[in-house]
Ligand binder design. Structure first.
Ligand code: UT7
Length: 324
């Protein structure tokens, strides 16, 4: 590939999402484990989650449906896509699922790869995609965040199984010689605390374990580290939290959303939340919330959005951009 002599701006020009039809309510969950709608709703804000059909719906299916919608809303065709990045931790194939999505979309020109950064995956993907665009390497990049957490949850562990759900969301980023709407980012990893949240390979069983999590510590980490990352992502463009139109935090717990917003003095009406309906969908949670807010007319062209992912790694990251 020839080295371009200009640096391109980045615009996010389309979005889409898909969540499986099957709804699992808190009441249904409380028939499986010792919990209640009251406990789950008051401690997390979650009322229901979507569950992919274990025999009929693959990660490829969810990702493809969200991606097709994003490509259509960007007024492009799959043939226009140069690069597909699939942020996921619940792959159909340990060798990668992105190539299967490329095949399903018939995006024949695109190179495709997976990116694994758990609940931070979508934000890490936004930054990765934007670097490929800035350098002039690719013009149209499809970024998908998709996870089927229900595959890896221990359905007898009430400390984790109440939190997660399945879904997919996608955006299309495009190179723009005139305008740069990708304003800044902050990405961080703390491997010292890796043991707080895992989905590890177990050599004794020759397979992966279920999700294990120290909920209290992960909660503390999020509330402490996320506000600082938000401020740093804005700093490069001389913006402050007062300029934010919409804060889209990874939908992990309503109490985390409220605490982060309050700590930064951001009006709760600007902190987007759909956790009640979907729970924590890992890499899908930010693009799902983004897509719903764009389709409902909440998010308008040129609005300043900060998206923040956080979770296993530990990893966390914030990206500031203007919509459209
Ligand atoms: O995307 C990855 C990021 N993950 C997160 O952000 C998760 C962050 N953590 C959390 O959201 C919260 O820590 C949880 C929702 C997981 C747990 O809430 P908590 O307020 O930290 O509860 P806890 O773990 O301190 O448990 C309080 C009590 C305990 O009982 P005792 O020991 O006080 O008698 C638990 O056994 O609540 C009990 N408990 C439950 N009770 C009913 C724990 N889970 C449940 C449950 N239903 N599902």
């Amino acid at each position: 590939m020839q080295k371009p002599d200009v640096s391109y701006g980045v615009r996010i020009i389309g979005c889409g999402s898909y969540a499986p039809e099957q709804v699992m309510t808190n009441d249904e969950l409380s028939q499986r484990v010792d919990t209640s709608d009251e406990w789950i709703a008051s401690r997390t804000g979650i009322r229901a989650r979507r569950i992919a059909d274990p025999t009929k719906q693959s990660l490829t299916d969810l990702a493809t449906l969200a991606a097709a919608q994003a490509i259509e809303s960007a007024n492009l065709t799959p043939q226009d896509i140069d690069l597909i990045i699939l942020a996921t931790s619940t792959t159909d194939d340990l060798f990668g699922t992105a190539a299967r999505v490329q095949r399903s979309l018939k995006a024949d020109r695109a190179v495709a790869f997976d990116l694994s950064a758990a609940c931070s995956g979508f934000v890490f993907g936004l930054v990765t995609a934007s670097q490929f665009i800035r350098s002039g390497a690719y013009q149209n990049v499809l970024l998908i965040g998709a996870d089927i957490m229900s595959r890896w949850v221990d359905w007898s562990d009430r400390g984790t199984c109440i939190l997660f759900g399945d879904g997919a969301g996608a955006v299309v980023l495009q190179a723009s010689p005139q305008q740069d709407n990708f304003l800044g980012f902050e990405l961080r990893t703390n491997g010292q605390d890796n043991s707080l949240l895992n989905l590890s390979y177990n050599s004794d069983r020759s397979s992966f374990d279920y999700i294990t999590m120290n909920g209290k510590e992960v909660y503390r980490f999020a509330v402490k580290m996320v506000p600082e990352a938000i401020e740093k992502s804005l700093h490069r463009s001389n913006l402050t939290t007062a300029d934010i139109d919409w804060l889209i935090l990874h939908q992990a717990n309503q109490r985390i959303l409220d605490a982060v917003g309050d700590r930064l003095g951001i009006d709760r009406a600007k902190v987007i939340s759909n956790i009640a309906n979907y729970g924590n969908t890992s890499a899908a949670s930010i693009p799902l919330a983004l897509d719903e807010s764009v389709r409902s007319g909440k998010i308008q062209a040129n609005d300043l959005i900060v998206a923040v992912g956080f979770g296993a790694g530990l990893s966390w990251g914030a990206a500031a951009f203007r919509w459209g």
